[in-house]
Design a protein around this ligand. Sequence first.
Ligand SMILES: NC(=O)c1ccc[n+]([C@@H]2O[C@H](COP(=O)([O-])OP(=O)(O)OC[C@H]3O[C@@H](n4cnc5c(N)ncnc54)[C@H](O)[C@@H]3O)[C@@H](O)[C@H]2O)c1
Ligand SMILES: N[C@@H](CCC=O)C(=O)O
Length: 525
Amino acid sequence: MTTHTNTTGISPFQNEAFVDFSQPENKKAMEDALTKVRATLGKDIPLHIGGEKITTEDRIVSINPGNTDEVIASVSKASKELAEKAMQTALTAFESWKRVPAAERAGYLFRAAELMRERKHEFSAMMIFEAGKNWPEAEADTAEAIDFMEYYAREMIRLSETNEHKPLTKVPGEDNKLSYIPLGVGVVIPPWNFPLAICVGMATAAIVSGNTVLLKPASVTPAIAHMFVELMEEIGLPTGVLNFIPGSGAEVGDYLTTHPKTRFISFTGSKEVGLRINRLAAETAPGQIWIKRIVAEMGGKDGIVVDETADLEAAASAIVASAFGFQGQKCSAGSRAFIVESVYDEVVELVAEKTKALRIGVQEENFPIGPVSDKNAYEKILEYIEIGKGEGRLIAGGGKAEGNGFYIQPTVFADVDGKARIMQEEIFGPVLALGKAKDYKEAIALYNDTEFGLTGAFFSKEEDRIAYALEDMHCGNLYINRKCTGALVGAHPFGGFNMSGTDSKAGGHDYLLLFTQAKMTARKI
Ligand SMILES: NC(=O)c1ccc[n+]([C@@H]2O[C@H](COP(=O)([O-])OP(=O)(O)OC[C@H]3O[C@@H](n4cnc5c(N)ncnc54)[C@H](O)[C@@H]3O)[C@@H](O)[C@H]2O)c1
Ligand SMILES: N[C@@H](CCC=O)C(=O)O
């Protein structure tokens, strides 16, 4: 294993290459990993607080959403008392971790990235079982987790060493500097849908910036988050820097959100929970001596606009890929599309045809469409499908699919009004709404008519229209003539406007500023 604590000779950041599973050796490697990981399923997972592993009576039972008889893990749950113990541990660890030089902190991330790369199929296999991802979706998640660590390690080094992005006006007779120092103890609350990448990205950005972390994993996917925590222990991250405290959002989440010693909360999840955290954290608790920093990356109602000059085949493929990749359970999912009327029928037909061709099945066997995350999501999505039947014309899918899990047919409604609920509310499942517009400007106005502003895509061959879309489509991640999912770390800093969050950009050069504070020092010389 190479260590990278020496900051010279670090190669420029590059995205992790995706594995091609059509190659027999890669397919075999994934099958072996699935067998290996399956043999570990069903075990007890403890809390990790400092160096202690704590088992509790109260458990979260994680199951395979594609085969609900299969238990993934039985995970100990933190109480408020254990959350408090974790807070005290993280506060103590912060006193030493904040003094570790930035390059050394980055070295831990480089080592973790390297080890995760060696075991990438095992991490992906766990997500295939626990989250219902198919092979390429799981592989992309693991690759992104590696990317986040490689990227944030380099970013921390850059932030600590160079002055090019923080130039100060020089004053004669003075040596003045700006340094980015850590904040303190942060509560990291990731979602289940990118249960490795987002969890790793959020936690390691905070850690490499010199903070200590209380990680409360999503209750649907605690086992994959635990694999990451074990990896960080294996590479020798000092105890207390990363604490693992699975638990109820309402109990442990609220307790830590309102805790006076919580310095920041890094949250990714739904609008409802994000707003609750923002509201609770804004209250000053007795003994609190700072304003808590909130980084909240929330939901989306993303979409694709197609004009009459576009490559319609490519647009329809992008609409289907954006809507149904990982069963539509991406904050970036293109759950609606607005199409100019002269090509509307043609695009609708292509979308219906491509959707009907998607095969549904267990993710171990790598079907394009697998289960949705859990029973709650399953029931909520099926309710939205019933709502959709009253709001549009059903042209594909429309209900449950077969299988011993939470399988739903990829579903498309055409002729949906822009104000319809399925056009406005985040469904977070395989449901797509299509609407007609008289021209591209009206289509863009319909696209913009949402409280969210996360991702969007515009399909056209006309330069002036593309220029108009670039200026007028109001979202954090806008793509031209391609799908609206699949942002790459470093290349496509990710995060949205309005109710999609606090305008942060994960995987971008300014992300670590959210976990640091700038200290100016001026010394007379
Ligand atoms: N903008 C982004 O980058 C991004 C990325 C991924 C997912 N998302 C969004 O996440 C949502 C799906 O994820 P989810 O279902 O896990 O979201 P969620 O809001 O239900 O849960 C997110 C996390 O918050 C925790 N939580 C619940 N109640 C809490 C409370 N009161 N205090 C503290 N924590 C609490 C959950 O346990 C989980 O870990 C979608 O809305 C999706 O759009 C956004
Ligand atoms: N960054 C991912 C989405 C993350 C949220 O679910 C994408 O670009 O598709």
